[in-house]
Design a binder for this molecule. Structure first.
Ligand SMILES: NC(=O)c1ccc[n+]([C@@H]2O[C@H](COP(=O)([O-])OP(=O)(O)OC[C@H]3O[C@@H](n4cnc5c(N)ncnc54)[C@H](OP(=O)(O)O)[C@@H]3O)[C@@H](O)[C@H]2O)c1
Length: 271
């Protein structure tokens, strides 16, 4: 496919690197500044599209600007897009309706990689095996986007436009909440003189168990067992060594207790 990239940032360039590696062509890069368009274009063997110029003839416009900027970008691109066949944005949250200014002349959708893409090169590597949420109202575009996702080693799945905010909340819970728990664990391990690295096999095993057994069945430990005395001793140790973490330790514990069906038993020690 011939693709125009709008927004050569973390996600846009990670995708573009992957597109090129899969044999697609990035035929133009649109950015807010000439320097940024030039730098992005160099990375993917493309050319910058100067401000205000018509976009090159292409099969797909991939708009990878920040969520809040998608609608503005679509408005400013619409008069320049006569040679473009279809357009997507890559936001997991934003409605496809943000592309309405382009929808008058082409099918539009969204193409959201459910993966963290911190920079172009590592993002491109992490896209291997990632799932991609495809939101479209046009079946022709749906199959084009499914093929595009598969061509870069991803698994496409259909996502309804109206559930995108809920899906995005789920993605935040899956990707960010464990990091907050791990940051708390790192502090407590370190205060106890234990290297954080020692927890890696344990953490990797519980994540694997959550996918193999389901999160509810993957729980082990004193809260799942209903071992109130042990949990009380943990709470006392945290209160002594890291009092600023106590509230979070209790909150996470309550979420675990609810999941384990131990909310009533644990409420006195965790509330
Ligand atoms: N990064 C991830 O992990 C990830 C994963 C999946 C999906 N996404 C989605 O990808 C999108 C971009 O996120 P990001 O993390 O890649 O953000 P980012 O690194 O900030 O990249 C956004 C890029 O868009 C450029 N830009 C902004 N307005 C523009 C416009 N009107 N025309 C052309 N370029 C414009 C920005 O340029 P300036 O630097 O000049 O502002 C920047 O290069 C978001 O919708 C996000 O939800 C991100």
């Amino acid at each position: 496919m011939d693709i125009v990239l709008v927004g050569p940032g973390r996600a846009g360039l990670a995708l573009a690197v992957r597109f090129v590696a899969a044999g697609h062509r990035v035929v133009g890069v649109v950015a807010r500044t000439d320097e940024s368009a030039e730098a992005g274009a160099v990375l993917v063997g493309s050319s910058p599209v100067p401000d205000g110029e018509h976009l090159p003839k292409s099969d797909l416009l991939v708009i990878a600007v920040r969520d809040d900027d998608v609608a503005d970008a679509a408005r400013s691109l619409a008069p320049r897009s006569a040679g473009v066949s279809a357009a997507v944005h890559v936001s997991g949250l934003t409605s496809v309706a943000a592309l309405d200014p382009l929808a008058a002349t082409m099918p539009v959708g969204s193409f959201h990689p459910l993966q963290t893409l911190p920079d172009p090169q590592s993002g491109a590597r992490r896209l291997a095996g990632a799932w991609v949420a495809v939101t479209v109202f046009d079946e022709g575009l749906a199959s084009t986007l499914d093929d595009l996702a598969r061509s870069i080693g991803c698994h496409p799945f259909r996502l309804a436009d109206e559930v995108k905010p809920l899906y995005h909340a789920a993605a935040a819970a899956a990707s960010n909440y464990p990091i907050a728990a791990l940051a708390m664990a790192e502090r407590l391990f370190s205060t106890a003189g234990v290297p954080f690295e020692a927890a890696r096999p344990l953490v990797e095993a519980v994540v694997a168990n959550a996918f193999e057994l389901g999160p509810g069945s993957a729980l082990t430990g004193p809260i799942a067992r209903g071992d109130v005395g042990t949990v009380g001793a943990q709470v006392a140790a945290v209160a002594h060594a890291a009092p600023d973490l106590l509230e979070h330790f209790r909150s996470f514990g309550l979420a675990v207790a609810d999941l384990a069906g131990q909310g009533d038993e644990m409420k006195d020690v965790l509330r």
